[in-house]
Ligand binder design. Structure first.
Ligand SMILES: *Cc1c(COP(=O)(O)O)cnc(C)c1O
Length: 373
């Protein structure tokens, strides 16, 4: 048997992630692999930390990129902070809130679930009531940008309410980082995780995370041992901390980190607020075009994520056939519905490098064509 090299086509990725990776980031990825303890590489890792602090808008010393996808970032936050028997208030308004609950349960902790309708923001009055009813709760966990439904939640208000009740916050920012306003220090977020393949437009497989000094103190003062060796941040801190005395923990994904470094430089060059504005502007053009096609959004306008447009599949359209048509005829990927919206919705991503006029125009043309077929 002979095998040929794999040469994927150039697709336009307008699904829930990964998003398009720019030529600059791809070129960074292909640079020579050097040792992960090489002084030059360590310098670059320090810059990645600084650039991540900018992206998260934080001064948190503990801000790094985990060598694993967003799901590992989620797991890292829960496994390091939550101990067996702890009470965690978890907001659920989509698939990713559900996964948070699963993390809490698997740690032998207690999840107090606050349900909000899928396709809507987390209902803050319900969270307020839960915080009041459970004064012993240690953490409040929620998803800032629910990629499964396209809804944004009011992270600022949720964090403020948690602080008033002495709760630490665990926030999923996988889809929000770089795409919408997010201010870790100003809002008082304690533990946050993201992914590289959504609005940062890097290759998948890494998870930026950041812990506040309060969260670091909780990790350092645990009564029980952290269950996961790989995700134990007290060990990872020794690997990512500067000051020259880096200790081997695992081998970082060297080339992927070159790519992340480049993607974060691009974000820094554009400016965070300009990136947020670009996502919003492209979303508005897309929304207008979809309206003209008679397509409806799932999420009410004021709770919509610009970078993830969840729309109802029009009557009579075949879900899989349309998506395949877009892929075959336009090299365009859009996302299927997830969880409660499987078979009922499409998710059009406008994340990072993908969020530009020509892609919005192409998507509208292609959808119109597909629906006519
Ligand atoms: C994509 C996503 C994740 C999981 O990230 P992976 O990199 O796929 O593991 C978690 N939370 C949200 C909100 C996401 O959109």
């Amino acid at each position: 048997m002979t095998f040929k090299s794999f040469n994927p086509p150039e697709r336009i990725l307008m699904g829930p992630g990964p998003s398009d990776v720019s030529a600059r980031v791809r070129s960074a990825l292909s640079r020579p692999t050097i040792g992960h303890l090489d002084p030059l590489f360590i310098n670059m890792m320090d810059e990645v930390k600084t650039l991540l602090q900018y992206a998260f808008q934080t001064k948190n010393e503990f801000t790094i990129a985990l060598s694993a996808p967003g799901s590992a970032g989620m797991e890292a936050c829960f496994v390091n902070l939550v101990e067996p028997g702890d009470k965690v208030i978890v907001c659920r308004n989509g698939v990713f809130g559900d996964r948070m609950i699963e993390n809490v349960i698997r740690l032998g902790a207690e999840a107090v679930v606050v349900d909000s309708p899928w396709g809507r923001a987390v209902e803050t009055h319900k969270v307020k009531a839960a915080l009041h009813d459970h004064p012993d709760a240690k953490f409040l966990a929620f998803v800032h940008a629910e990629t499964s439904t396209g809804a944004v939640s009011d992270a600022k208000t949720l964090c403020q309410m948690a602080q008033e009740h002495g709760c630490l916050t665990i926030v999923d920012a996988v889809t929000s980082l770089g795409g919408i306003e997010l201010r870790v220090d100003e809002w008082g977020i304690d533990a946050i995780y993201s992914g590289t393949q959504k609005c940062i437009s890097c290759v998948p497989g890494m998870s930026p995370i950041s812990f506040s000094p309060k969260a670091v103190a909780v990790v350092q003062n645990r009564k029980t041992k952290i269950q996961s060796w790989f995700l134990d941040q007290t060990l990872v801190m020794g690997y990512w901390s500067g000051k020259g005395k880096r200790t081997y923990h695992h081998t970082a994904p060297v080339n992927s980190l070159y790519a992340l470094h480049e993607a974060l430089i691009i974000l820094h060059e554009e400016g965070l607020e300009n990136s947020w504005a670009r996502h919003r502007a492209q979303h508005q053009v897309l929304a207008k075009g979809l309206k003209e096609l008679g397509i409806e959004f799932i999420v009410p306008e004021e709770e919509r994520l610009p970078q993830l447009n969840a729309i109802y599949i029009p009557d009579g359209a075949d879900d899989a056939k349309v998506r395949n048509y877009l892929l075959e005829h336009y090299n365009l990927e859009i996302g299927a519905g997830l969880g409660a919206f499987a078979g009922k919705a499409w998710r059009i991503g406008l994340m990072g490098h993908t969020a530009k006029s020509e892609n919005v125009a192409l998507c509208l043309t292609a959808l119109k064509d597909a629906l006519n077929q």
